[in-house]
Ligand binder design. Sequence first.
Ligand SMILES: NC(=O)c1ccc[n+]([C@@H]2O[C@H](COP(=O)([O-])OP(=O)(O)OC[C@H]3O[C@@H](n4cnc5c(N)ncnc54)[C@H](OP(=O)(O)O)[C@@H]3O)[C@@H](O)[C@H]2O)c1
Length: 316
Amino acid sequence: MAEQKVIAVVGATGAQGGGLARAILNDRQGEFAVRAITRDVDSDKARELAALGAEVVAADVDDAQSLEAALRGAHGAYFVTFFWAHFSPDKEQAQVRAMARAAKAAGVKHAIWSTLEDTRQWVPLSDSRMPTLMGRYKVPHFDAKGESNAFFTEEGVPTTFLLTSFYWDNLIQFGMGPKRDADGRLALNLPMGSAKLAGIAAEDIGRCAYGIFRKGGPAIGRTVGIAGDHLTGAEMAAALASALGETVRYNAVPFDVYRGLGFPGAEDLGNMFQFYAEFEDYFCGARDLAVSRSLNPELQSFATWLARNASRIPAA
Ligand SMILES: NC(=O)c1ccc[n+]([C@@H]2O[C@H](COP(=O)([O-])OP(=O)(O)OC[C@H]3O[C@@H](n4cnc5c(N)ncnc54)[C@H](OP(=O)(O)O)[C@@H]3O)[C@@H](O)[C@H]2O)c1
């Protein structure tokens, strides 16, 4: 077998990077090997990856030298940021700039940058349908990523821009699962009106990224959007009902009510859902299911994901 080409994975102990690392490691005869980047090589998750056959290296994206060293000799690199760890678009952008610079310095031949739309191209700051946040954003955790695409282009890094979707795992880990009403009935509370939400199993993001690395050259310079299903809130509630074996009602929360919920990031997420809902055709159109499945033949639909994960949803 020819020597395997190394893919360095930022966030390898997390959701997106973990999916990619496992996809590569599961394909033992494949053309790639994994270099898992973590701040703590002794964590349980880092040890698990090492046991599966990954090379595990320590680096912090806030430390440019460590990052560049971790990328040296790698053919490819997967870049993801950690907005919800700090809630700062400035910090997120500084980290993306550091990743683009390190990729250039290390001579990475194919980078995948896990990005999202700069929503201000659809909803300029002057548009009062949703509030402007932090002085210059509509959806900070989207806009900062979209604006950062330019760092890769400016550095001349051969990059695929990966547009991800809403993780269904948010129903388990992010408190977005159905909740019981006062009368004990389950309701899925989502500010999506009657629009379709492009969603995906977090694990499938990494599997699609693996498909992009396998594609190689033809994917460079392209923007690729991925999703596992496009479903309305009512359709998601019906699928949840069938998986949980009890009635689940869909409650279309008004955008303003969601923005006012008061938890950290509520305004950012309220604006995000309004963007999803009001630009549904664009947003779902940019995340084609057939393209996603061609990259990842095991792509899960919402029903498939629920069959495996419904019991992990807290209200269940
Ligand atoms: N939730 C959604 O629906 C959704 C949808 C689309 C996009 N996103 C975006 O996805 C991103 C998060 O990705 P994820 O869900 O894969 O994250 P995650 O599961 O929280 O994992 C992030 C990993 O990154 C590593 N990390 C954190 N800070 C680091 C640093 N300074 N240097 C090096 N590594 C660091 C951590 O590993 P160690 O502790 O091992 O270092 C952690 O395991 C966010 O930017 C979010 O906006 C989320």
